[in-house]
Design a protein around this ligand. Structure first.
Ligand code: DGP
Length: 126
């Protein structure tokens, strides 16, 4: 079955400049901005500029240039936040949610990078 993408989602609107965001870094294929409801002292969202709805949509259909740019940018953000283990940081959590059971609210692929305090266990069962 094909992946669908809804171009009216809020991150598509941020990418089109229709609503503001606190941008931290922008590259050819990727945008990083602060989450509007941060769950920790640092909480940023890494999103591709392309129209991908989820982690598996991006992984299966994005170009190699988009994929490399996305993950290099995500790594750079970990360093910029001071969270990268390579630069003496204390770590972070990278999370992506997909679909209803995955708890995804915004249907544009995004990676949450959360850092700045102890983050506890990974999953809380509902
Ligand atoms: P998820 O549940 O994985 O789809 O996470 C969506 C995140 O997006 C959630 O943590 C809140 C954030 N968010 C929703 N609307 C906006 C917005 O308009 N601006 C910003 N910066 N973040 C938003």
């Amino acid at each position: 079955m094909a992946h669908n993408y809804d171009p009216t989602n809020i991150f598509a609107r941020i990418l089109r400049g229709e609503i503001p965001a606190k941008t931290i870094l922008e590259t050819a294929h990727t945008l990083v901005f602060r989450d509007i409801t941060p769950q920790a002292p640092d909480h940023v969202l890494v999103i591709p500029k392309g129209a991908y709805a989820s982690f598996d949509h991006f992984g299966s259909e994005a170009s190699e240039a988009e994929i490399v740019d996305f993950y290099r940018t995500a790594a750079k953000i970990c360093e910029m936040l001071g969270a990268s283990l390579a630069t003496g940081g204390l770590g972070y959590r990278a999370i992506t949610n997909a679909g209803d059971q995955g708890g995804q609210e915004v249907p544009h692929y995004h990676l949450h990078i959360v850092a700045g305090c102890p983050l506890g266990r990974m999953l809380e069962k509902r």
